[in-house]
Ligand binder design. Structure first.
Ligand code: CP3
Length: 319
């Protein structure tokens, strides 16, 4: 999940003089930061170091990532002329991604590399609101009030996301994850009508690539069946719905990913262990389970807790 690195002193050291988006565009930084949690925690897969707004920056959208804030867009998109600024992504726009993925695949030596991109609703929200948003009110205003502009925005964002995922797969990523993190802000009906068709088109276009496709959002308890309908092989679940319940909500044959509450890691180890064991037990109800946190690692997490948790999951699952 995002920000695994942020809890690590070695991450803070390499990032000390390098702004986030510059780090995301430099293969040497990408390789080093992607490898840090793998080296330290011995996790089973690496997640490519980048951010969901990197492809938007690459096609010329003026934006920045501010520490403690998140993505901030200089000129938010609120109408047709804004939507027209979103052009398709070409592999040459993100040559640094191909290079970094290639180097990582070599360095990881068989350990899977997970590539990723932002989902259409989440990217739209950053672009329309101009930054992080609690209520996504301008986004919903456009969705409800200007359905044709919304549809064109979704089509363009889906094309960018698909292009960006293909670059990562072509360079050797062994799985891809679509982070529609804020989709849980929508009712099931609004999600089904205004977002699902576009995410479904992304997953459908990747069906012949033979890499597992993961679909994740936060607060999506009521949307799990729709997230699964979009066509991913794996659905990520936050901590609000236990995995045995989530298993009943997704399409048959769909695996689950999750779902330990990241805040749990601030409790004493005994409490962490008890909850991690419960996640593993409940995950057995699913047709495949990837153990993970239910959302990103919180910045003040004690890295030793993550190492211990990884060890525990390895021991339990080998047993
Ligand atoms: O663990 C990793 O480093 C994996 C790489 C990764 C990042 N962002 C790096 C990052 C991934 C997978 C993401 C995805 C991402 N980015 C999502 C989807 C996943 C999720 O968490 O829901 C979203 C919504 C974003 C947008 C974004 N970028 C947010 C909300 C933030 C955090 C802002 C903050 O500081 O609280 C960022 C910044 C960001 N992306 C950081 C990292 C390591 C922190 C940068 C720093 O200050 O060092």
């Amino acid at each position: 999940m995002r920000q695994a690195g942020r809890s690590l002193p070695e991450y803070r050291r390499v990032r000390a003089d390098v702004p986030m988006l510059e780090a995301c565009a430099r293969p040497d930084m990408i390789v080093e930061i992607t490898m840090q949690p793998v080296r330290r925690h011995d996790v089973d897969a690496a997640i490519y170091f980048s951010d969901i707004v990197v492809p938007l920056k690459a096609i010329g959208i003026d934006l920045d990532i501010r520490t403690g804030v998140g993505p901030v867009v200089a000129e938010p998109i609120r109408d047709d002329s804004g939507v027209k600024r979103l052009r398709d992504i070409e592999p040459d726009d993100v040559g640094f991604v191909s290079e970094a993925v290639g180097r990582l695949v070599e360095e990881l030596d068989g350990r899977p590399l997970i590539g990723f991109a932002g989902g259409p609703f989440t990217l739209a929200s950053y672009l329309i609101e101009g930054g992080p948003s609690k209520n996504h009110e301008r986004t919903k205003a456009l969705m409800y009030g200007e359905p044709e502009t919304w549809a064109e925005l979704m089509r363009r964002l889906s094309a960018i996301t698909l292009g960006f995922l293909k670059v990562q797969i072509d360079a050797g990523a062994s799985a891809v994850q679509l982070f529609d993190s804020w989709a849980g802000a929508l009712s099931a009906e609004d999600y089904r009508d205004n977002v699902l068709p576009y995410s479904a088109s992304i997953f459908a276009a990747l069906a012949d690539r033979e890499v597992p496709r993961i679909h994740f959002g936060v607060g999506t308890g009521e949307l799990l069946s729709l997230l699964s309908e979009a066509g991913a092989d794996v659905v990520g679940v936050d901590w609000r719905v236990p995995l045995d319940k989530a298993a009943q909500r997704v399409q048959p044959g769909t695996a689950l990913q999750g779902n330990l509450d990241p805040a749990t890691l601030f409790a004493p180890w005994e409490a962490v262990e008890e909850r991690a064991r419960s996640v593993l037990d409940r995950g057995r109800a699913a047709e495949g389970h990837i153990f993970n946190l239910g959302h990103g690692v919180l910045p003040n997490t004690d890295p030793d807790m993550l190492t211990r948790l990884t060890e525990f999951v390895h021991e339990e699952t080998r047993r």
